[in-house]
Design a protein. Structure first.
Lengths: 295, 373, 295, 373
């Protein structure tokens, strides 16, 4: 099983006729994703992988039932494309765009809240439920990473996700749904917001989060565990334990977190909440075994 | 992108936020004119992007012309590579206030942060007396509204006249935040002078890099790079940081790089540089290695796990770079991801021993770096 | 009885120390209004009519329970003052400002909807429940207009309200609550939105609306009657039957209303819905009698 | 405040909305140069604020220089008091489109209205085929968004190239709406030329009077007033309209004035002018009566029911004005409201017979106006 997307999720692709859009649409379909149609203004009447293309989302949803929208849209146009999907009532949106302006992302996340929708991204590979469906640009053909199973994975990173997930798979586990929330300072969806879905998903037996220095997403996860929102085993991997400290965000960053936000603080918060924190990527798989998570 | 203090103050001034009388000088020759404009005593403030200038002696209060020349000479020849000084009038300070506007990612709002106890100890205050710091969320659709600035300003319990100035400054600071697509706008300290005026003592503006396309006024300033390698990397658009260890790192992705950095430290090794060899740079093997070779490292470690950044393309690039640049130090590769089987063939045919496990690769690199000592 | 305000409504006055604010605050209190405090930035610590003044609404509501806010604030600052009241959770707001910018009024009305609040005004004398309470600038001392009774009155006009209400009082009726929605093109609250309150108020036996050329507020009242939202007797007076037609709003005005919006169209809509339309101010009182509305 | 066509087009041009080549002339002497710039055939468009110019013959297409001079001369001497002509290139029209943005008071939104069948019959279309007109609500916090303009533009089923121009024009029209605090921005017709270009054929911008303090570019133009009285009233800030009946009206409040206007008509009388003698003008009795006396009326009827506009103050003003101006016609007063008992005393002491009932006052005024005939 999986969350967010599975074989039955009807996906619309915004920017389907572009080079990237067309390439990954093929791969999404190859993996089993039910891509029902696409949108590119001015290209109505064309087809991509036999899926009809419309000028606008509004037009597309007249002809198709749509559950989710996948955006292959440049960063500068992403806000507009997200707003278009939201205005059409679409509640699951994934954007892989790398370089979305910060203030645009604030509006995107704010609008997502208003519409009670989930916008995953940007600066991510998207969401994949191996052997079920994929929204994004995951190389599902890399077998030692994208193997179906019962571990939910959430990540802020790109390559590191492959590294860590490979270690999970090496131990004989697989992935239920992998969600890349993305590496931007303001991701559309945050770790803690997805935990209730993993909690409710019967097939997910444990969740792995791959975090980073900075921000408070890992602390929010610890809080969700403390509040009993998430009760399954959780293993975290956090890079940056030995990284030299930069003072990128002036005093404000330090003030917001009350001097916290370092990897050590994240580890403390997670450990206190009962989660396990892996020191090396390899240890993630080992800890899952120690927790007796079934394979 | 971070602006220099003098740039931030230029922006403040245009927005209507009061700043002290000041003059920017690029050499000692310009000092006399600056002193005439600004008067004495005054403050010589080194224009560098790094923080903690006061503690590092990069800000000097001077009382006489002689002292000014003496200190300016010292600063212009300082190892911090100071290109310009802001000569600024000395302010009769009654109180130091902190104000900034940044982003609150969870609430998806802007966040106004303010404290009547500003200055260099603000971070300590944040930990020890967080109740003395106001955090005020702002809906970016409406921006900071007059009544909100009023609420914050009256919260300080200043005299009415100071409060009115404060309201205006808060509103103007928000317009700067918005207009410049800022990650952060910060005034610390914001002076309240003995004459009852409110004046920006310092200024920090960080512009969102993703908004660079619509924020063209201040292009990235290159004068602040410490080494030729950093400068070259920036020109090539390759993220790069130089340290003083032994292992040159060519990695893909900030997360994986940070992890490899950790693993090297766990294994007792040290890092010579970090270089981003992934994402949009995965075809730039030649430039990347050229920059790495400029850094005095003992071994180069390449770790990738690419998806769109195809393993075979990266491997080809590496092999080509080795052929052209004939590196003087050993290279360890751990290149995985899309088309990795093909990558292995390419690397082997060039005489390299491709590894597949990150920890193994790190151990080998650390061992090589120690052998070379 | 009355709606919107009565003796028990706790009223805050924004702009209480200004000339107009202080003058009308006295009159509101004289009429029985429970003015609990006031706000003028920079005047905290002062008192007006023994009521304490605060710098901000936020500060005021720490010390007082507040049900409603009365604004004596210049038109250019009205949007900010309304937003301040809304942000503090106040759900009833009256502004008498004449000259609020149109685009500001759109935002004010939009925000009122978001906060599920009622903003009455601008360009009005406000709201009065004779012998109970008043928010605004009504000359309650004019006995032949501001007499307590059982007729609800809603109006878009100023002087015409006095004219029409005097005719109601002349016939022996009085007013339960008089709401001046105001003469601006975008009033904060519209006729039809207040009808459910008059419908629910036991003491209100009939409602009189005093309308004008233009807009669709009168048509909305007809629709509310058609839908059964309002079932009590309703008498309308509309000026401008013989007025020369101006084409102020270009084609757009005519397009929006599909060529309607004239006084004749309003009369037709109201008459069809079962309301009575008076031709002269005097006829309003006569029609109430004809409808056997008790006095 | 309504802008002239040439002003609206100036605004459009600055905002990037294409307009035809044109030249504004204030006298016949400037016509030749204008024709050289614009070319022939061209259109002479009288710049007046009232509508229906085409039907009133105020727009003329001319093919030759001679014809141009002939028609321009006619227009400059037209009774409509034309101060300037817009000499505009003749467009090869393929299609006429309608677009406008106005306010939707109930929803508290801006409203984009568009139809592929624009031109002078748009109002008939609105009644007979309303489905051919798109009404698109816009949240003013975000403004008209690109995807929304795209939805509207593709709804027309134009060729892709026309659609792309249309999207840009819609977005720019919204920026004008917002920037100018407009009640209405309208382009009707919006031409699609035979050459495949989209060009604003006409332009209407109405600026919200309440926003005049922040919309200072176009001050109210006085050249369009028809009479000296209207001009004087405008200078004094007193709303005033002149008709050609017998009773001069000094009233307080638009609603009451309109009602009195109705009552006069019901009683068989006619109105000479409307003058706003209430609200902020209630102390301007002298100026008000001076203006009223400039209008050829047979009787002046004063009806008020004032609250803040105190009855006694108004009565005093009236009495003072009568003393100074010594009006040549009878005056009927019906002044009620705050302090009306005092007002009665004042009026009686000046020899007037104050009335209290509006209908009675109207009947008396009508009777007096008929006696005077």
């Amino acid at each position: 099983m999986s969350i967010f997307i599975d074989k039955s999720t009807k996906v619309l692709v915004q920017g389907i006729t572009g080079k990237e859009g067309a390439f990954w649409t093929k791969h999404m379909i190859d993996l089993g994703t039910d891509v029902v149609c696409g949108v590119t203004p001015g290209k109505a009447g064309q087809h991509v992988e036999d899926r009809p293309v419309y000028n606008t989302v509004k037009e597309a949803i007249i002809h198709h039932e749509v559950d989710a929208s996948m955006l292959f849209v440049p960063p500068r146009l992403t806000k507009d494309a997200v707003f278009e999907a939201l205005a059409s009532g679409i509640k699951k949106i994934v954007t892989i765009a790398d370089g979305i302006p910060l203030h645009d992302m604030i509006r995107i996340r704010q609008a997502a809240k208003d519409y009670k929708a989930l916008v995953v991204g940007g600066n991510t590979s998207g969401v994949i439920s191996p052997e079920e469906a994929m929204m994004g640009s995951f190389p599902h053909w890399i077998e030692r990473v994208y193997k179906k199973g019962n571990i939910g994975v959430m990540t802020r990173s790109g390559s590191l996700t492959n590294e860590v997930t490979a270690m999970i798979v090496e131990k004989g586990y697989g992935v239920s749904t992998l969600i890349g929330v993305g590496g931007d300072p303001v991701p559309g969806t945050r770790f803690a917001e997805m935990l209730p879905y993993y909690e409710a998903d019967e097939e997910t037996k444990a969740v792995v989060i791959i975090g980073e220095l900075g921000g408070t997403m890992e602390e929010e996860v610890a809080e969700a565990i403390n509040k009993g929102v998430f009760t399954k085993p959780l293993v975290a991997f956090l890079g940056g334990r030995t990284a030299p400290k930069g003072q990128k965000m002036g005093h404000a960053g330090a003030i917001i977190t009350g001097g916290k936000g370092s990897v050590e603080d994240k580890i403390t918060a997670l450990t206190k909440a009962g989660a396990l924190v892996a020191k090396r990527p390899r240890a993630v798989g080992e800890l899952l075994e120690e927790l007796n998570v079934p394979k | 992108m971070k602006l220099y203090e003098f740039q931030a103050k230029e922006v403040f001034n245009e927005a209507g936020i009061p700043i002290p009388k000041s003059r920017l000088i690029q050499s000692i020759d310009e000092l006399s004119i600056a002193l005439e404009t600004v008067g004495l005593p005054c403050v010589l403030k080194s224009q560098v992007l790094s923080g903690g200038r006061g503690k590092r002696g990069l800000i000097q209060v001077v009382k006489t012309k002689e002292e000014a020349h003496q200190e300016a000479k010292k600063l212009f020849t300082h190892e911090a590579n100071i290109k310009s000084l802001l000569v600024e009038e000395a302010i009769d300070i009654d109180q130091e206030v902190y104000i900034s506007i940044t982003v609150e990612p969870e609430a998806a709002k802007a966040l106004l942060i303010a404290s009547s106890e500003g200055g260099i100890d603000i971070e300590t205050l944040a930990v020890e007396q967080p109740e003395k710091i106001v955090k005020y969320p702002i809906d970016i659709r409406d921006g900071l509204q007059n009544f909100q600035a009023t609420e914050v300003a009256y919260g300080f319990n200043f005299k009415p006249d100071i409060t009115k100035q404060m309201i205006k400054i808060l509103l103007k600071l928000y317009t700067v935040f918005k207009q410049y697509d800022a990650e952060l706008v910060e005034i610390n300290p914001l002076f309240i002078t003995k004459q009852g005026l409110v004046v920006a003592g310092d200024g920090k503006i960080m512009i969102d890099d993703n908004s660079a396309f619509r924020q063209t006024r201040y292009a990235q300033d290159l004068s602040d790079y410490r080494t030729e390698a950093e400068y070259e990397a920036n020109r090539a658009g390759i993220p790069f940081i130089q340290f003083d260890g032994d292992i040159g790192l060519m990695c893909a992705g900030a997360g994986l790089t940070t992890t490899v950095y950790d693993l090297i430290n766990y294994e007792g090794g040290t890092v010579a540089n970090y270089l981003e060899f992934g994402g949009p740079n995965y075809k730039k093997a030649l430039e990347a290695m050229e920059i790495c070779l400029k850094v005095p490292s003992k071994v180069i470690l390449i770790v990738t796990f690419g998806t769109i950044a195809r393993a075979d393309v990266m491997a080809e690039g590496i092999v080509d770079a080795i052929k052209r640049l004939k590196p003087d130090r050993p290279i360890v590769t751990c290149i995985r991801g899309t088309n990795e089987a093909r990558a292995v063939e390419i690397l082997k045919s060039a005489g390299l021993e491709p590894l597949f496990d990150t920890e193994e690769a790190v151990r080998k690199a650390v061992a090589l770096s120690k052998e070379a000592k």
